[in-house]
Design a binder for this molecule. Sequence first.
Ligand SMILES: Nc1ncnc2c1ncn2[C@@H]1O[C@H](COP(=O)(O)OP(=O)(O)OP(=O)(O)O)[C@@H](O)[C@H]1O
Ligand SMILES: [Mg+2]
Length: 344
Amino acid sequence: MSLDQPMGTVNDVPRTAPVLEVQDLRTYLYTRWGTTKAVDGVSFSLGSGETLGIVGESGSGKSMLALSLVRLTPEPAGKIVGGRVMLNGRNVLDLTDRQMREVRGKEISMILQDPQQSLNPVFSVGDQLAEAIRVHDRDLDDKLIHERSVDALKSVHVPAPERRLKNFPHQMSGGMKQRIVGAMAMAYQPQVLVADEPTTALDVTIQAQYLRLLKDLQERTGVAIIVITHDFGVIAETCDRVAVMYAGRFVEEGPVEQIFDHPRHPYTRALLESRPKVDLKSTRLQSIDGQPPSLIDLPIGCRFAARCAYAIERCLAEYPPWFEITEAHAAACWRSEEVPWPSP
Ligand SMILES: Nc1ncnc2c1ncn2[C@@H]1O[C@H](COP(=O)(O)OP(=O)(O)OP(=O)(O)O)[C@@H](O)[C@H]1O
Ligand SMILES: [Mg+2]
């Protein structure tokens, strides 16, 4: 099937064959305390030009999911133990390390949660961009590499790019570093970009600018974007769809407006309700009563049941299947069809 062949419409948005299709992905971390099921059966698909937001509390497995997509889970603890990551119809989990290095950057790129982690303090920006370019174009001479690097910086609106190339990371602001990392990630116009959003490193204004920049790149290149965030404001501004992650699994997924207006999983509803309502500048998740279960010792039933105001016996005994609410919106909750739930 060709990429531009329509596959029906959802809410009048034409759907194309997915560029990324993740099926039942499982990534476990083997530690001396036990096996952490950081990603425990996650499935979703993403079309080109589409933006999916992944939201969930700290420790729910968002970064481990993102790292799994580019096969950069922490060594030696992290292992992708099951599932498929189909990128342009090819399972990246079957590729050799060498093939994976080719795919990374060219087909799928990742921007790490903390730009400090992506930039090496002892090399100039120019050296680091050149290295990112040489991975894919070993034969380019220095002059062409320089031109490519300048273009990459221009694409993310870095002023005075020639001068910036000589800078070292410590000479730049957090926002500028984030742009450089964006330029490196987008230098080869990958079809998929995974942005693990820094919730701490950048202030809200810089973050909004940065996300606008990514959206601008998306308009020009059609890149599919996965934005990982704690912030519903970011989701509202940038995403088409949102997936809510809890204890290693997606528990609800759907178009942004449907999730915001008609959440069908009590966890989603709790997250939305825990947003501060007055100060829209800060829409970060506030705490919900109770703790998520340990990923080392998960309950058999719904993982949210212990904190859920609506839990019934079945929720504790049996993990809920997906209930489809509309073609594009589904929730893994036994009571998703009984909405509106009474106030707790
Ligand atoms: N290097 C590691 N070794 C062992 N366990 C880890 C490692 N990194 C993360 N974990 C564990 O994996 C689980 C998922 O972590 P992950 O970083 O994916 O969460 P997250 O949703 O990205 O959280 P945050 O919102 O704080 O970034 C957590 O239980 C965490 O403690
Ligand atoms: Mg994270």
